[in-house]
Design a protein around this ligand. Structure first.
Ligand code: FAD
Length: 486
């Protein structure tokens, strides 16, 4: 006779504590297993990189180190959800599946709809819990702020996981050998995965690093230390927003550096705000938030796009950021904004051609933040001030000595700081003197940035008077803006 079994299905919630589906499963009489499924159709998506999958795998490995004391583990399977469940069903009678709602792309939404009907036809109950701070099915933001604070202040769920079970996974859905080997390698330059790292980054941020949060937030080099660097842990759910919120508010250092930590907490709230936008309209991945910008013509040079991706535009800070994010998976907010602004404004390339590239580079890729932010910086919302970042000024202001640039563009190691922001100003003789040949060792700038910015400004600001842009702006403000009095 088949035995009853419940399943906790993990997605972007790779932790054991403050985990509602796990708590619900623990309280049932039926034993449960914990499952993570590597789904081929999702992994083929344009936004997925092996770095994300490695982060997932190593987060699970860490969970397993804890779970093995309890005689259980997270089962990692490979296949479409229906295939994996079908194989488990051969030997078990699955009663319930518990998971969090996923605020993902159209691809995960379609998968959710597909598996929902599969679960129903197989008489499996699927209970999806809402993520604290994000609500499914709301039509406007009335009361949203109040509910966010309420959620953040609720008690942390303290899971004592004792009855997690273990089953034999069918070889048909276990991880293929090569895939497993690829997951094992973890890139040196990237933040290590797992809850214990999330907690230790949070502690060092509260104890030491965070006091300079506001001072260095825009600096490509210093922000690597003074920002929390919690983004990958939040994105993959090694830690919950609520755990972070409460740890910050209750830490003795909060009172000592209140301005810095309140700025940080604001950002934690922005996180939910952006994910909420995307939850309501996940089409933001593929179409302009403001439909009026669909008619804006771009030149979409493939050569420019490639040079941007490779970090070979001839603009040192732009190239250093792109090379840095490729190796480390992280750059700060302002540099992300500058990369997008440079692509869409100076190079006149449609945001859609660059957005997946950066999604794959960011270890903290979170669809709900990524696409709305990308479009804000590309100027296609119609409701935000259009910001155009001058790549030379950003460089002079935020990396005046060129330390960050030299880290990532070794070709510049012997160039004095006066030329680091505009190497094209070096004469042939100076190039010889400093051991670099522009056009050979490092590219000439691919555009005249001042001319390109002027053209972009005329184009994008001119388009704001388009009647569709105006109509859409009103719709967006109504749907996504918080009424602060509520
Ligand atoms: C084009 C573009 C794409 C982005 N894509 C992502 C992404 O895929 N994933 C991601 O987590 N962040 C993204 N961001 C937002 C931001 O750059 C990162 O959250 C931040 O740099 C992460 O570093 P941190 O954890 O040290 O942040 P901190 O400054 O310490 O902030 C703490 C947390 O607040 C949230 N947060 C911070 N800034 C923002 C913001 N501007 N909007 C929304 N939430 C914020 C993040 O969860 C972050 O981990 C993007 C920004 C831009 C301009």
């Amino acid at each position: 006779m088949k035995k009853d079994l419940n399943i906790v299905w993990l997605k972007r919630d790779l932790r054991l504590q403050d985990h509602l589906p796990m708590q619900i499963a623990q309280k049932q009489e039926i034993p449960f297993i914990i499952l993570y499924i590597y789904e081929p159709t999702l992994m083929e998506g344009p936004d997925v990189d092996i770095r994300h999958l490695r982060f997932i795998h190593h987060s699970i490995k860490e969970m397993n180190r804890y779970l093995e004391n309890e005689g259980g583990s997270v089962h990692e399977c490979y296949g479409e959800v229906e295939e994996v469940i079908d194989h488990i069903k051969e030997k078990h009678n699955i009663s319930n599946i518990f998971s969090y709602e996923e605020h993902g792309t159209m691809r995960t939404w379609e998968r959710d709809k597909r598996v929902k009907s599969y679960f129903m036809s197989n008489r499996i109950t699927w209970k999806e819990c809402s993520n604290p701070g994000v609500q499914r099915g709301i039509q406007d933001r009335d009361g949203w702020d109040r509910r966010w604070f309420k959620e953040m202040n609720k008690s942390i769920i303290d899971n004592q996981i004792t009855n997690v079970g273990s089953i034999e996974i069918s070889p048909k859905t276990s991880l293929p050998k090569e895939f497993k080997e690829a997951l094992e390698e973890y890139p040196q330059g990237m933040q290590p995965a797992g809850t214990s790292y999330a907690l230790s980054y949070l502690s060092s941020f509260m104890e030491e690093r965070g006091k300079d949060f506001n001072k260095y937030i825009s600096k490509p080099l210093h922000s690597r230390k003074s920002c929390s660097r919690l983004s990958p842990y939040l994105a993959w759910g090694n830690i919950s927003s609520r755990q972070v919120y409460q740890k910050v508010r209750n830490h003795p250092n909060y009172q000592n550096h209140k301005r810095a930590f309140n700025s940080f907490l604001n950002r934690l709230k922005w996180r939910s705000h952006f994910i909420q936008k995307f939850e309501v309209e996940c089409e933001y991945e593929t179409r302009c938030i403001n439909r009026g910008y669909e008619s804006l013509q771009r030149s979409n040079s493939e050569i420019f796009l490639e040079k941007w991706k490779q970090g070979k535009t001839g603009f040192p800070l732009v190239d250093a950021c792109m090379r840095c994010v490729k190796e480390t998976g992280w750059i700060n907010f302002r540099m992300r904004a500058m990369l997008v602004s440079f692509l869409c404004h100076h190079l006149d390339v449609d945001w859609r051609l660059g957005t997946y590239h950066l999604a794959r580079q960011f270890l903290d890729y979170e669809p709900g933040i990524h696409y709305p932010q990308f479009q804000m910086q590309a100027g296609t919302t119609g409701t935000n001030t259009i910001r155009m970042y001058n790549p030379v000024k950003q460089s002079q202001d935020h990396d005046p000595e060129g330390i960050f640039i030299r880290n990532w563009i070794p070709e510049f190691s012997s160039i004095p700081s006066e030329f680091i922001h505009m190497p094209w100003e070096m004469s042939k003789m100076e190039q010889q003197l400093y051991g670099i040949a522009l056009g050979k060792d490092y590219p000439h700038p691919i555009v005249d940035h001042q001319e390109a910015a002027a053209l972009a400004r005329d184009k994008i600001w001119g388009h704001r008077s388009d009647p569709v842009v105006k109509k859409e702006s009103k719709r967006i403000l109504k749907m996504h803006t918080r009424n602060k009095s509520m």
